[in-house]
Design a protein around this ligand. Structure first.
Ligand SMILES: *Cc1c(COP(=O)(O)O)cnc(C)c1O
Length: 425
């Protein structure tokens, strides 16, 4: 579900023609829909309304302050993975008592910042980190609330780079070690175990791995309660998939129903979820302009030859296609019905063969100057962008009904070198 649609053959973001935004802001540009973000969050919230729960939006999916502020107003908490994300979440008005801090490599400085801010809990991923957290808490003279991130060894059946809950992945602790860590934390006056946590991966299109992971969490949770640990949170992480192309992920309501069934015998427990992609993914598009169309003549391998649509957005703007072999729909801003088509690689200006947005894609016969929308680019899009090839990062725009706001200006050349200095050799 999203609010990007054609009206009189022209692509709109809510009530604003995409072409009008481009006229003002240029390309490449990320465009987010406020109505879509709100709707996604509300559907999720409704689905879990039957039990005590906390939705901690995963900031890394899309960390623009405007997006975070919008979600804060909807009542969202935050799942953060760095001091920078803590800073953003607080700046955007997300209350610290709704923030959980995940990640395998938290520094003591980051822990200090989060503990001073008064976050809900740290999701601790190793014994070393547990020791570090205890040191930090002692220094600050406060107790650090925590969950141990368990690696439940459940196969999420997704892309290997976004699988995180398998034994071979770097995340969390296996159940046995996690149990030991809890007993250790229980004895420490500066540590306060309050929950059990996991996150098994991203872009999952089935419910069963979530249910499996929740069952394993529950087993450990109940064992720990028997040991006298006053736990009250079960954090199942994020990971629910979205439609990019032909996938059929379960709707949030079905996902919630399956989890609610598992939570029935734990009425005193708050279920924490950390949705990222499912909130932001389909709430954003990347708009790019066609620069050139070129055709390479046939070869033995390629009897048809090969056509390249060269656009002004590259892998530095959207790395998902080349990093995860991710599929994004690509649509023209002006809809052409039944017209001529071509099959082409849609590529960017970066000097890398991995610089593509789509391969062997059937498109309308686009011409230089035309605009294309790369769909479902609201999550893991701009946040993963870089300045590679000294390309200023794209602008970000938030549409809300008939209005639109530039929520991050396009970077300038001056921005590119702002922190650099030529020494007196
Ligand atoms: C990335 C991440 C999420 C969000 O994952 P999505 O697939 O975007 O929902 C949640 N929790 C943790 C710990 C993560 O690293």
């Amino acid at each position: 579900m999203h609010h990007f649609h054609y009206h009189k053959r022209e692509l709109y973001a809510e009530e604003v023609p995409v072409a009008r935004i481009v006229e003002e802001v240029g390309t490449p540009v990320y465009i987010y829909s406020a109505a879509t973000l709100r709707r996604h969050f509300r559907v999720f919230r409704e689905a879990f309304s039957g039990i005590p729960h906390l939705l901690c939006y995963s900031v890394k999916a899309n960390s623009n302050l405007a997006v975070l502020a919008l979600l804060a107003r909807e009542g969202s908490g935050a799942d953060i993975v760095s001091g920078g994300e803590l800073y953003r979440a607080l700046r955007a008005g997300i209350p610290p008592e709704k923030i959980v801090f995940s990640g395998v490599g938290k520094t003591e400085k980051e822990m200090e910042e989060a503990l001073s801010a008064g976050i809900l809990m740290f999701n601790v991923e190793s014994l070393g980190e547990l020791e570090a957290l205890s040191r930090v808490a002692r220094r600050l003279g406060r107790k650090a609330p925590l969950a141990i991130r368990v690696n439940p060894d459940v196969d999420p059946r997704t892309h290997p780079y976004i699988s995180t809950g398998l034994k071979k992945n770097k995340f969390g602790l296996p159940e046995g070690l996690a149990f030991q860590a809890y007993l250790r934390a229980k004895e420490d006056p500066y540590l306060e175990p309050v929950g059990v946590d996991c996150h098994i991966g991203s872009q999952l299109t089935e419910i069963s791995p979530f249910v499996e992971a929740l069952r394993r969490l529950k087993t450990l949770y109940l064992r720990l309660r028997e040991e006298g640990l006053p736990l009250r949170y079960l954090d199942l992480g994020g990971g629910l998939g979205i439609v990019y192309g032909e996938e059929e992920p379960p709707p949030p309501r079905e996902y919630a129903e399956a989890l609610l069934r598992e939570m029935r015998d734990l009425p005193e427990t708050t279920l924490i979820l950390e949705p990222g992609r499912v909130i932001a993914g389909n709430a954003g598009i990347l708009v790019t302009r066609v620069l050139y169309v070129k055709h390479h003549p046939p070869t033995e391998e390629n009897p048809e030859g090969r056509t390249f649509v060269i656009v002004d957005a590259g892998m530095n703007d959207l790395i998902r296609p080349t990093l995860y072999q991710a599929y994004h729909r690509i649509q023209p801003i002006r809809e052409t019905l039944e017209g001529e088509t071509l099959v082409a690689d849609v590529v960017g200006p970066i000097c890398e063969s991995g610089d593509f947005l789509a391969r062997e894609r059937r498109l309308p016969a686009v011409r230089p100057g035309e605009l294309l929308a790369v769909m479902s680019a609201g999550a893991y899009g701009f946040v993963m962008s870089s300045n590679y090839n000294s390309r200023p990062r794209a602008a970000e725009v938030l549409v809300d009904g008939a209005r639109f706001f530039v929520v991050r200006k396009r970077e300038t050349y001056e921005d590119l070198v702002r922190l650099e200095e030529i020494p007196e050799f």
